[in-house]
Each structure stands twice: as structure tokens, then as C-alpha cells.
Design a protein around this ligand. Structure first.
Ligand SMILES: [Zn+2]
Ligand SMILES: [Zn+2]
Ligand SMILES: [Zn+2]
Length: 159
């Protein structure tokens, strides 16, 4: 199977009508694993299918893993299928540690392509809120934009 055939049959392969042991299905899977370009392309499609914008992430690999959603578990700490967790309010990537708490190992580079990831905005989040007299943000009713990536995306657009 070549790259064109792989990409044009993407929708069909996601459909339930193709059985797992179908010969074309296994050819398609072989190509997915053998071809780096199509693997990146596949991840980008998946991110879009999830309703997210791959352009908002440093690379397609972290976009793919950060937007992953298990159909049975919302909490990445409850499900081994989540490889990466992303905090949009801190712009922070990490690998979940399932020791019973919500801890993670922060990562500075994409584990798949080595791209340098943006530095965490966790300290800036606290500093910015402190400057607005929110000195205990976990227990205060902070502005809505600080609960997501809005606060730093907006200031990044201004500059
Ligand atoms: Zn290919
Ligand atoms: Zn799960
Ligand atoms: Zn990457």
C-alpha cells in the first residue's frame, strides 16, 4: 500500500464495516507503522477528529497524546491508555504517575520527535494572579480565563 492509498482509505478504515482481520486492514496498519509521514498525518487527522486544533500544539505527537480521550475513563490517572497529560492553564506536559495521587513527571521535550516543548507557565500563573490580589488561587474564585489556556493565549496575541 502506498501513501496515497493509505490516506484515501483513512475514513473507511475507521468505520466498523472493516473487520480487524481484513487483509486491507492489516496492510493499512502495516503502512501506518512503517511510514513516519503517514503516521504523523494519521495523528493529525485524529486530533482534528477529536475537535482539537493541531496547530495549537508544538508538534503533532504531543497534540495526539494530549487530546486522547478514553471512552471509559475521563481521568488519565485511572487509565493506562493515557500516555501524556497536558495542563492547558499551565501549558505543561507530563507523564502521569499512577501511585494513587495526581502526580506526573514533567517533560521538556517531545518523547517522539525530541522537539523542545514550551517552558511551563505555572509560576507565571501564580505571579499573574498574585498581582491581581489572588494570593491563594486554589481556594479563591479566580477569573474564568485562568482556568484554561485563555489567560496566556490572549497575552501572547497582544505582543
Ligand atoms: Zn506513507
Ligand atoms: Zn480507559
Ligand atoms: Zn513530537
Amino acid at each position: 500500500m502506498n501513501c496515497d492509498a493509505f490516506r484515501t482509505s483513512y475514513r473507511e478504515m475507521l468505520g466498523a464495516s472493516i473487520r480487524a482481520n481484513d487483509v486491507r486492514r492489516s496492510d493499512w496498519n502495516d503502512h501506518l507503522h512503517a511510514c513516519d509521514e503517514c503516521s504523523d498525518w494519521y495523528q493529525e487527522q485524529q486530533v482534528r477528529d477529536r475537535g482539537a486544533d493541531p496547530e495549537k500544539f508544538p508538534c503533532v505527537h504531543v497534540a495526539y497524546h494530549a487530546t486522547y480521550k478514553c471512552s471509559q475513563h475521563d481521568d488519565p490517572w485511572e487509565c493506562p491508555d493515557y500516555i501524556l497529560v497536558y495542563s492547558d492553564k499551565f501549558d505543561e506536559y507530563g507523564i502521569p504517575i499512577r501511585d494513587g495521587g495526581p502526580s506526573k513527571i514533567d517533560i521538556a521535550f517531545c518523547p517522539w520527535c525530541g522537539l523542545k516543548l514550551p517552558p511551563s507557565k505555572r509560576e507565571l500563573w501564580f505571579e499573574t494572579l498574585a498581582a491581581m490580589s489572588y494570593d491563594d488561587p486554589w481556594n479563591q474564585d479566580i477569573p474564568e480565563e485562568f482556568k484554561s489556556d485563555q489567560w496566556w493565549r490572549r497575552s501572547a496575541d497582544d505582543t
